[in-house]
Design a protein around this ligand. Structure first.
Ligand code: 5AD
Ligand code: SF4
Length: 334
């Protein structure tokens, strides 16, 4: 539905019974437009090296106490194949900005995974257009690159040495190259007013994203923003719900960061407009070193597939089920 900036802001400010009504409405719109399926994306965090220095993130390059890792390409391929055997229809390869993973290395991994009939999503940060093109030709289907904030000024304050314009350039390149494009924002980022958050959501509409990742800010003590308060769970859920009203048929994950604020965070999101979950399939020994924010590892592991049965039952209790198709966005289905 079309909403003005002021209306978006009003939804974001709802409380009590109005907030509950917003979640209920978003849940209904989700059911009508994308149905009751929950799409699972198997996440592999392939490298914790990062050349960037974002003020909020535990993987920033100046966090020198962090022991870094890279999963060797052949191990990534093996892990992806195991995930496919378990039934995952989408494999997400995520990392910091790590030039060691050259275009060719990543293309090799993609083409090996694409020998199975699954979708490959990349979330490897900003790269030259040629890399995006090479990976598309190797078979990649989707790309996740959050804009983090739609304000070029706030972006400049939090991302030393990076440019908002280049990030938008990447997103435009990805779309032109035929990827399904996911973007999104951190909710409750220090310096982000409700007005700005409304503009963020409007940006998703204007850009016509296929997917939107919206998660709360979680303060990481070893970063420059470590002493700021974390974003609120309710605000993040309201942002997800309002995005469902704005973009009824996109893919909206219940983001992992929600679980860092409440053990039920992602379940609440699934009842407030979200239709995607991204279980973390990174082997624990690596996962422990991929701490974008504290509690990350703990929050993720509770969706381990040892708990699969209980998980499915819990979904069924919500009238939901695990999707068995690729779960692309309608406009750009595979
Ligand atoms: N809190 C919440 N989200 C964060 N990200 C990075 N650091 C934090 C944090 N402290 C998000 C960014 C990035 C994604 C991989 O993780 O939005 O795009
Ligand atoms: Fe690197 Fe991404 Fe973290 Fe920024 S948010 S420091 S680019 S991993």
């Amino acid at each position: 539905m079309a909403l003005s900036l002021l209306e978006i802001q009003q939804f974001l400010a709802t409380q009590g019974s109005e907030q509950t009504a917003l979640f209920t409405q978003a849940n209904e719109i989700r059911a009508q437009n994308v149905g009751d399926a929950v799409h699972l994306r198997g996440l592999l965090e392939i490298s914790s090296y990062c050349a960037q220095n974002c003020f909020y993130c535990g993987l920033r390059r100046e966090h020198i106490q962090l022991a870094r890792y890279r999963i060797p390409p052949e191990e990534i391929i093996r892990l992806a194949k195991e995930a496919i055997k378990q039934g995952f229809k989408t494999i997400v390869l995520q990392s910091g900005e790590d030039a060691w993973f050259s275009a060719e290395k990543v293309a090799h991994i993609i083409s090996e995974i694409k020998k199975s009939k699954v979708a490959v999503t990349l979330s490897l940060g900003e790269r030259p257009r040629e890399d995006f093109q090479c990976w598309k030709e190797a078979g990649a289907d989707r790309y996740l690159l959050r804009l983090e904030t739609s304000s070029p000024d706030l972006y400049a304050q939090l991302h030393p040495g990076q440019s908002w314009a280049n990030r938008v350039r990447c997103l435009e390149d990805l779309r032109e190259l035929g990827y399904e494009v996911g973007s999104g924002f951190i909710i409750g980022l220090p310096g982000q007013s409700l007005e700005l958050l409304a503009q963020d959501l409007k940006w998703l509409v204007d850009f016509e994203v296929d997917m939107a990742g919206l998660g709360p800010f979680i303060a990481h003590p070893q970063t420059p923003l470590g002493s700021h308060p974390s974003g609120g769970l309710d605000l993040a859920l309201k942002a997800i719900a309002t995005t469902r009203l704005l973009l009824p048929d996109i893919n909206l994950p219940a983001t992992t960061a929600l679980d860092a604020l409440s053990p039920d965070g992602r379940w609440q999101a699934l009842q407030a407009g979200a239709n995607v979950l991204m279980p973390n399939l990174t082997p624990l020994a690596y996962q422990q070193r991929y701490n974008i924010y504290p509690d990350h590892h703990e929050a993720c592991s509770n969706l381990s597939f040892k708990a699969e049965h209980a998980f499915k039952e819990r979904l069924a209790a919500l009238g939901r089920y695990i999707s068995t198709d690729l779960g692309g966005h309608k406009k750009a289905s595979l």
